[in-house]
Design a protein around this ligand. Structure first.
Ligand SMILES: [Zn+2]
Length: 92
């Protein structure tokens, strides 16, 4: 019993799954750089690491951060470069 895939329905389901993934994913924090930003509300994102809150897209953190955010990132990336580049995690 092989049925041809239904156009529209399948696409919509794929789209919904994609959005669900994006909603669950953690995004890199523009403030501290850690991938700990999660969606807490419709378009509100919060970093679990530094507790910074951002207003972004409804389903992903695509916020036009130009200015303050960029400046902060510049400083942070400079700090991270000089700081230890340890990426631990496996041992536990
Ligand atoms: Zn953060």
């Amino acid at each position: 019993m092989v049925k041809a895939s239904v156009r529209g329905g399948a696409e919509m389901r794929k789209l919904a799954a994609n959005i669900d993934k994006q909603k669950r994913a953690s995004y890199p924090c523009p403030s501290c750089g850690k991938a700990a930003v999660r969606r807490i509300s419709n378009a509100v994102w919060k970093c679990r690491s530094c507790s910074a809150t951002f207003a972004g897209g409804a389903y992903n953190l695509s916020t036009p951060m130009g200015g303050v955010g960029n400046k902060a990132l510049d400083v942070i990336s400079a700090q991270q470069k000089s700081s230890n580049l340890k990426s631990g995690g496996k041992s536990g």
